[in-house]
Design a binder for this molecule. Structure first.
Ligand code: SF4
Length: 369
C-alpha cells in the first residue's frame, strides 16, 4: 500500500496578512527542530512500516528556513527509519527570498527534486499589501536561479481576489507566470479569516463577480497555454501534477510530522497540537496528539468534497463499493439538477464538476451531502 510523508516546518520571519496556517515568528526552536522531527519519525515508525512511501513534502511555515544540510540530514534519517527507495517526488516549499544560488544547489544535492515557490504576486504594491517578505524582482530571480541550479519541476503559488492594486494586475500576474514557464501553478483565492492580520484589520473581500471573472480568466488563459487544470486551484504541464497532493485527493494514507501536522490512516485522522516549544521538548509526548475515527458518512462526504474539486471527479461505482448502493443512488439523484444545468458532467459512472463551475462547487457539494 502506498503512503505519503508530510513534514510541517512552522517558522516564519514575517506574518503574511492572510495567513491562518500554524506558524511562529520565533526562530528559537529552529536549530533543534530537525532532531525533534527525527525523534517523532522514529517513534511513529510503525505507522508506515507496511507501506511504500511514494512522496515526501516539506510544507510550512517556511521550510526554506532549514539549511540544505538540515534537509539532507532529515532525508537520510527518514531513509534509515523507512524504505524510501520508491520515493519519487520530494517537494520543498520555499520563500523566494531564501533561494540563493548556493542554497538551491544545496537543496538539489540534498535530494529535493521539486520546488513550490510562494510567489503570490508579481506586483510590488500587492506584495506589500499582503506583507510578504519578498518583492517582484526577488520572485523572478528565484525562479531563474532555480532553473540554473537544475530544478526541472517548479511550482509557483499565486493569489487572486486581492483587494488592492490597479485594474488588470491579475491578468499581468498570469502573463508573467506564463512567461517564466513553471511546470506547475497553484492559484488560490484570497480568503479573509477572522484571526488573521487581514481579519483584524477589517480587510474586505473583492466582489463575487470579480472573483469569478478572475477565476475564469485564470482557467481560460492557462488551459489555452497548455496547462491541465486538474484541481480547482492547480494547473500542471503534462506529467507534472503534484504527486503528493494528488495522493491526498485519492485518499492515500499519510503521516504528518511536526506541530500542527495532520495524519490520515484510511478511516482515522490524527493531528499534532500546534505547540512547538512542547514538541521540541518531547516530540513523543502522547498528550500532544489527538485523533478521531471518521464515520462512514464523514468518509463519504470527504470523498465527495475532495473528488468534485478534481478533474476526474467521483466514481459512483467506488461510492457503491465503499459506502453502499443507497448512498451512491442518493448522490446521483441529488446531482440530477446540476447535470441538467451543465454544472455537473456525468460520464459513465463518473460525476465531475465542469471546470468553469468549480468556483461555485461548494454549493453543488453541499447539496450532494
Ligand atoms: S503565508 Fe506562509 S510565509 Fe506567510 S506567514 Fe503564512 S506560513 Fe508564513
Amino acid at each position: 500500500m502506498e503512503s505519503l510523508l508530510y513534514i510541517h516546518v512552522p517558522f516564519c520571519q514575517r506574518l503574511c496578512g492572510y495567513c491562518d496556517f500554524y506558524k511562529t515568528m520565533s526562530l528559537r526552536h529552529l536549530p533543534d527542530y530537525p532532531q525533534a522531527l527525527l525523534t517523532e519519525a522514529e517513534h511513529r515508525r510503525e505507522e508506515l512500516s507496511d507501506t511504500t512511501l511514494s512522496t515526501i513534502y516539506f510544507g510550512g511555515g517556511t521550510p526554506s528556513l532549514l539549511t540544505p544540510e538540515a534537509i539532507g540530514g532529515l532525508l537520510d534519517g527518514f531513509g534509515n527509519i523507512w524504505d524510501t527507495s520508491q520515493v519519487g517526488e520530494i517537494t520543498l516549499e520555499a520563500n523566494p527570498d531564501d533561494l540563493t544560488a548556493e542554497r538551491l544547489e544545496g537543496y538539489r544535492r540534498a535530494g529535493i527534486n521539486r520546488l513550490s515557490i510562494g510567489i503570490q504576486s508579481f506586483d510590488d504594491e500587492q506584495l506589500r499589501f499582503m506583507n510578504r517578505r519578498h518583492d517582484a524582482a526577488a520572485a523572478r530571480r528565484a525562479i531563474e536561479e532555480a532553473r540554473s541550479a537544475g530544478f526541472d519541476n517548479i511550482s509557483i503559488d499565486l493569489i487572486y481576489g486581492v483587494p488592492c492594486g490597479k485594474d488588470g494586475i491579475w491578468q499581468r500576474n498570469i502573463e508573467e507566470a506564463l512567461s517564466l514557464n513553471p511546470e506547475h501553478i497553484s492559484a488560490y483565492h484570497l480568503t479573509i479569516e477572522e484571526k488573521t492580520l487581514f481579519g483584524k484589520r477589517g480587510v474586505q473581500p473583492v466582489a463575487e463577480e470579480q472573483s469569478e471573472e478572475q477565476f475564469l480568466l485564470l482557467h481560460r488563459r492557462l488551459t489555452e497555454a497548455g496547462y491541465d487544470h486538474y484541481e480547482i486551484s492547480n494547473f500542471a504541464r503534462e506529467g507534472r501534477r503534484s504527486q503528493h497532493n494528488s495522493g491526498y485527493w485519492r485518499g492515500v494514507p499519510y503521516l504528518g510530522l511536526g506541530p500542527g501536522a495532520h495524519s490520515f490512516g484510511g478511516t482515522r485522522r490524527s493531528w499534532n497540537l500546534p505547540l512547538v516549544a512542547r514538541y521540541v521538548a518531547d516530540p513523543t509526548d502522547p498528550t500532544l496528539r489527538e485523533s478521531e475515527e471518521l464515520t462512514p458518512t464523514e468518509q463519504a462526504e470527504e470523498y465527495l468534497m475532495v473528488g468534485l474539486r478534481t478533474r476526474e471527479g467521483i466514481d459512483l461505482e467506488v461510492m457503491e463499493q465503499r459506502f453502499g448502493s443507497e448512498r451512491a443512488l442518493y448522490t446521483l439523484l441529488q446531482a440530477k439538477p446540476y447535470i441538467t444545468s451543465g454544472a455537473v458532467i456525468n460520464e459513465g459512472s463518473r460525476l465531475r464538476c465542469d471546470a468553469e463551475h468549480w468556483l461555485v462547487s461548494d454549493a453543488v457539494i453541499s447539496d450532494l451531502f
